[in-house]
Design a protein around this ligand. Structure first.
Ligand code: 0X9
Ligand code: ZN
Length: 401
């Protein structure tokens, strides 16, 4: 796998060669290093419509369109920018350990085959391109699972965040194996809970990101927009304070919020699924990257008003950070952005909700494409947080009593 320095050099070289093309279209994605010293400056940046990737004390990195780059240049935020060259790594060859669409479905089917009394698979809905969004339901008491405390783990809202699909899938492969081997703690938890796993919320985007054999650094789903661009940012499309902060009205943007809240079949499918399972008390949405544990609110700097709810989120985030070493914080401490899954699940349904930004910590570790070598450690360090949430799904408020 090429080093990051090599990658940056090739980005630069590509930029020189392709500048005519890049000049004439807003399809070209740009990588930017932007001066930013506070969450307030980061929110101003997020409001332009770029997708912020990493945050340091005095800068952020982000991806966005040429129009957004020009605006940020005028506002004097830009230190460095390159057109993103996406022909650098190969999913099937170099990163063959990642599950593509077919292998993901096969892995989910395999769990049903291996543990028929514990695991069921169902489609929670169809995508824009008519793919199924698959869910596993896991419980030692499937027949009366609805009466047990429920928890939902999701990944793959954003297409290029392949590790967010891989991690929950593999954690559940490991935990089911432990169940079969007689691990008492795991058996008790799986027997006593109603577990929902949707590893790929955005399978169209995930497929599009890899189907050419080269990563495309795609983020959104594959809706065809009115101006002939593609994609809505599914993590800006949920109906809570929709369209207020950090969510672009422009279809070309990486953070396009959609025409209306829940305009997309993928977010509607998640909404309907969560609403059909009223026993769900805890939600964990996996993303990459930056090594963070985030909790509501994301759309505002204001903290959760309900004191107990705020303390439960803070306590759980702090506790989980002991195991994965990630940094716990309120989502808007990054930048304000509205319409994400967790503001909705907590704001509308009172579900205790977290977003994990998995490995790597920084773009130097490979960013969205850290390579298959990052999978084992990311999975291992997140097993305990997954079990902890599972345990406390019975009574999340127990952690502050
Ligand atoms: O911007 C996002 O949707 C998430 N980051 S990512 O790099 N995976 O795209 C963070 C969501 C956190 N929520 C808010 N800041 N509202
Ligand atoms: Zn994401």
């Amino acid at each position: 796998m090429p080093s990051k320095a090599f990658l940056l050099l090739s980005l630069f070289a590509f930029g020189m060669l392709s500048s005519t093309h890049a000049e004439s279209t807003d399809d070209q994605l740009y990588w930017m290093k932007l001066k930013a010293h506070s969450k307030f400056e980061r929110s101003v940046i997020a409001d332009t419509g770029v997708a912020i990737e990493t945050i340091a004390d005095d800068f952020v990195t982000a991806t966005g369109t040429q129009t957004e780059l020009r605006r940020l240049e005028k506002m004097n935020f830009v230190e460095v920018s390159f057109p993103v060259q996406t022909d650098t790594k190969d999913f099937p060859a170099g990163d063959g350990a990642f599950h593509d669409e077919a292998r993901l479905k096969a892995a989910m089917d395999e769990l049903v085959r291996k543990y028929p009394t514990l695991v069921r698979i169902s489609s929670v809905g169809k995508t824009v391109e008519d793919r199924d969004i698959w869910a596993l339901r896991i419980s030692g008491n499937l027949a009366k699972a609805e009466q047990l405390p429920g928890i939902i783990y999701m990944g793959g809202h954003h297409a290029r965040e392949h590790l967010s699909v891989e991690t929950p899938l593999r954690i559940w492969e490991i935990l089911l194996e432990r169940y079969a081997q007689g691990d008492e703690r795991v058996r008790t938890l799986i027997d006593g809970r109603d577990i929902h796993l949707i590893p790929a919320v955005n399978p169209d985007g995930l497929a599009y990101d890899v189907e050419s054999g080269r990563y495309r650094s795609w983020r959104k789903n594959r809706t065809q927009n009115d101006n002939n661009t593609y994609g809505v940012d599914l993590n800006r499309n949920y109906d809570y304070a929709w369209g207020t902060t950090g969510a672009s009205p422009s279809p070309s943007s990486e953070t396009f919020r959609g025409k209306s809240a829940f305009s997309e079949p993928e977010t509607r499918a998640i909404r309907d699924y969560v609403e059909a399972h009223e026993n769900i008390t805890v939600l964990l949405s996996f993303h990459t990257y930056s090594q963070l544990i985030l909790y509501p609110w994301g759309h505002t700097y204001t903290s959760i008003a309900n004191d107990a709810d705020r303390r439960v989120h803070e306590t759980m985030a702090r506790t989980m950070a002991q195991w994965n070493g990630y940094t716990p914080m309120q989502s808007s401490g990054l930048y304000t952005a509205s319409g994400d899954a967790t503001d909705w699940s907590y704001g509308v349904h009172g579900i205790i909700s977290f977003t994990f930004e998995l490995d790597p910590g920084r773009w130097g570790g490979g960013g969205f494409y850290p390579g298959a070598g990052a999978i084992p450690a990311t999975v291992q360090k997140n097993i305990e947080p997954v079990l902890y949430l599972l345990e406390h799904a019975a009574n999340p408020y127990g952690v502050i009593q």
